[in-house]
Design a protein around this ligand. Structure first.
Ligand SMILES: NC(=O)c1ccc[n+]([C@@H]2O[C@H](COP(=O)([O-])OP(=O)(O)OC[C@H]3O[C@@H](n4cnc5c(N)ncnc54)[C@H](O)[C@@H]3O)[C@@H](O)[C@H]2O)c1
Length: 333
């Protein structure tokens, strides 16, 4: 146990989703009671295993306040609920701003009305502006390319304003690429549509979809493909426990990268999948996509200094092995 949450209720908004379900497990493992709030638009009731849930849509202001009121004695709130598919955001910015920004405003207003003052918010490395300077520090300029990143930056700024004006204590965690699955194989990544590399590559390796695409094979990297910072979802969940602990010790405001500090290329991922599963990953080389940087990986030092957090489960082998355990069960392989 890293931090004793015994007797404490934590509201996990988006707890039916990929990362949220792992956060709920970590809270329960540390003695707390996670209460999931979710509209189950992309999340799953079967992923809520460690506490009760409330079906609520953050876009509905009155329902959001009503649901928070039922749990007004909660110790803290984790806000993970979001539209996340970058491509959909480009086609439907109105839907993205409504779900992410208005949803977050309704959440913050409910918290303010009930004097719930501790928040951990799920932000993203997609809020940073374009750069070739790696690793990425939290002080790097935020100038997001995508609508998704813009909505997340808007929420970060709203939270900062609530801190300044109303005394909200918060930690904004800027996750890099979430990956892997709980070691039990009972929860994992279940997005629909799935746009993340590892589950797509595992599905291609399993013959459940055709050849996958690798976007860009002419980047200035050792194998020509993009480099990203993959962090195990169990580590991300653990970062929240470190966050609760830091708030309890008096931290009232922080923006922190949650990554490993190591970059891994797309082809390195495919090679590790072949090693772990013994299956070939069929792929076609496709043109680069707009907005994809060559390299993107975190400077993880602030997370260590402020939260005492370091990734422990994020070797590429463990990421692929746990993801494969989950998906091979899910797909009845
Ligand atoms: N997956 C990643 O690699 C990654 C990287 C950086 C940041 N993030 C952030 O982490 C968070 C969780 O991501 P995820 O991959 O678990 O996504 P997910 O889609 O699996 O989970 C999001 C959850 O929020 C719920 N939700 C969405 N809109 C809602 C609304 N209006 N009201 C109530 N519930 C709503 C969904 O039903 C779902 O259960 C998101 O905020 C995302 O932006 C994810």
């Amino acid at each position: 146990m890293d931090y004793d949450l015994t007797g404490k209720t934590i509201i996990v908004v988006g707890g039916g989703g990929y990362i949220g379900s792992h956060v709920c497990k970590a809270i329960a493992d540390n003695g707390g009671l996670p209460v999931t709030f979710d509209n189950f638009g992309s999340g799953h009731t079967h992923a809520v295993k460690w506490g009760p849930y409330e079906t609520v849509d953050l876009r509905d202001k009155a329902a959001t306040l009503g649901t928070f009121t039922k749990h007004k004695d909660a110790h803290a709130v984790v806000h993970l609920a979001s539209s996340i598919e970058v491509g959909i955001g480009e086609k439907d910015p109105a839907g993205f701003y409504e779900n992410n920004v208005i949803g977050a405003l309704n959440l913050l207003e409910a918290m303010r009305a009930l004097e719930l003052n501790n928040l951990i918010f799920s932000s993203t490395c997609a809020t940073y502006g374009e750069t070739n300077q790696m690793p990425l520090l939290e002080s790097h300029i935020q100038n997001p390319f995508s609508v998704y990143g813009k909505t997340k930056l808007a929420i970060e700024q709203m939270i900062q304003s609530y801190h300044k004006a109303y005394g909200l204590s918060y930690i904004t965690l800027r996750y890099f690429n979430a990956s892997g699955a709980d070691v039990s194989g009972e929860i994992g990544e279940e997005h629909e549509p799935e746009t993340h590399l590892i589950p797509i590559a595992l599905a291609s390796a399993s013959g459940l979809r055709g050849k996958m695409k690798i976007f860009g094979t002419d980047y200035d990297t050792p194998d020509g493909t993009c480099i990203r910072d993959y962090i195990h979802v169990t580590d991300i969940a653990e970062a929240h426990i470190c966050g609760f602990k830091s708030i309890a010790k008096g931290l009232t405001q922080a923006e922190v990268n949650i990554g490993t500090g190591q970059g891994v290329s797309n082809l390195e991922i495919l090679q590790m999948i072949e090693r772990v599963t013994g299956r070939h990953v069929p792929y076609d080389a496709a043109p680069r996509r707009d907005g994809d940087l060559t390299r993107l990986y975190a400077d993880p030092q602030r997370a260590k200094d402020l939260l005492g957090f370091t990734a422990q489960h994020s070797s590429l082998k463990n990421i692929i092995q746990t993801a494969w355990n989950f998906h091979s069960k899910q797909w009845n392989l």
